[in-house]
Design a binder for this molecule. Structure first.
Ligand SMILES: [Zn+2]
Length: 381
């Protein structure tokens, strides 16, 4: 394993920060996977999973089992890690700008100009190489003017030619769930099975240019654009980057047992993808059953507090909720109110708030239904 240090700049006078990447295997030797943890710097389960995954990869490397290139960034956001206010951590947004660390990644579709399209033909593998070169040239031309822009460029640069990207996050209180772009579900299903995902949310371009979608989206969006322009005579565009956001339960779900299990699942997925040889080398890796069929992210209901008060949950993450059923009550002792908050459509409660006081309109729970009803930007701020 080789270790690389990437300095972030421009930064404040007298301050130096860096991102460290760990590189297993040889570039160009047979596929590439990229994994990062804690891009939202207050979401720490992924960092502990990385600790366990490094041990597995070290052993695989020593045993000569690496068949591709695997890049890890176990601590993806040193800017966010350093942020705090009044003994609380601020990891989702950069304090100076208010920008979400997981939004605003490069628009690689814009890099694929008519001149690039003209070089694409019937060879999908050759087209993949041409497109990645154009993406790389586009990124190389970016000159970051802030430390946050440099962080985004650094992470995108490490990941843009990967066939598999896994971005390890967590929710507030939640069961393990995944976000995946719908065209990639046939590739992502094995990951959902291995991780035991309780809920997988599919979308096409959720909005906001999140880290996962800025890499997976360019391929199917280019194919759709070419289909509109040229129909069936268009070049072959492979779905070349399965990029998945893995929500490793809630912020407090940090223990060695869970992390070791999750690291083993990620490792097994790398085996499934052929990046690591099986120890016994006997056929494909058996996959556990899928726990729940994927559902549209546009069918995910965001339940809101109707007024201020103490949140008293009646349902736990993982519970099935019927349409019209109460998930929580909001209690205001001065007004004598205990107002139920009900799911309109029903489905699986997969995430809820960590705090137990709601301001009016606060999001307090997410329920994954099956029938899409939302439009526009589908991600939380
Ligand atoms: Zn996150």
């Amino acid at each position: 394993m080789n270790r690389s240090t990437h300095l972030l700049g421009p930064t404040q006078i007298g301050t130096t920060r860096s991102v460290t990447s760990l590189h297993y295997g040889k570039p160009g030797s047979g596929g590439k996977a990229y994994l990062q943890a804690s891009l939202h710097a207050d979401e720490l389960p992924g960092m502990l999973v990385m600790h366990h995954l490094i041990a597995l990869l070290d052993a695989a490397e020593a045993a000569g089992r690496l068949r591709g290139e695997i890049v890890l960034v176990p601590v993806a956001n040193p800017i966010g890690l350093a942020q705090g206010l009044l003994h609380g951590r601020i990891g989702r947004f950069e304090a100076a700008s208010g920008e979400n660390f997981n939004r605003g990644y490069p628009d690689y579709l814009a890099a694929l100009t008519p001149a690039v399209e003209a070089r694409l033909g019937a060879d999908g593998a050759a087209n993949r190489t041409t497109i990645r070169a154009a993406m790389r040239a586009h990124l190389d031309a970016v000159e970051p003017t802030t430390e946050l822009a440099c962080l985004r460029k650094t992470l995108s640069s490490l990941a843009l030619d990967a066939d598999v990207v896994m971005d390890l996050h967590c929710d507030l209180e939640a069961v393990l769930h995944l976000y995946c772009e719908a065209p990639y579900w046939p590739q992502g299903e094995a990951l959902a099975r291995l991780l035991g995902s309780e809920c997988t949310l599919l979308a096409k371009n959720s909005g906001g240019a999140s880290f996962d979608e800025h890499l997976s989206g360019v391929w199917w969006q280019l194919d759709e654009r070419l289909e509109r322009e040229r129909g069936a005579a268009r070049p072959v565009i492979p779905l070349a980057c399965l990029a998945v956001t893995v929500e490793l339960r809630g912020q407090l779900d940090i223990d060695h047992g869970l992390a070791a299990r999750d690291a083993r699942a990620l490792f097994d997925f790398l085996v499934h993808r052929g990046l690591i040889a099986r120890a016994d080398d006997v056929g494909p890796l058996p996959l556990p059953a899928l726990r729940r069929d994927p559902t549209p992210l546009a069918a995910s209901e965001d339940l809101r507090a109707p007024h201020a008060g103490v949140i008293v949950y009646l349902k736990h993450p993982g519970d099935e909720v019927a349409a019209g059923e109460s998930v929580a009550e909001i209690v205001d002792p001065l007004a004598g109110l205990a107002t139920p908050v009900c799911a309109r459509y029903g489905g699986r409660l997969y995430a809820r708030a960590l705090k137990r006081y709601a301001s009016p309109g606060d999001s307090i729970a997410h329920v994954a239904g099956t029938v899409a009803f939302r439009t526009g930007n589908l991600l939380s701020p």
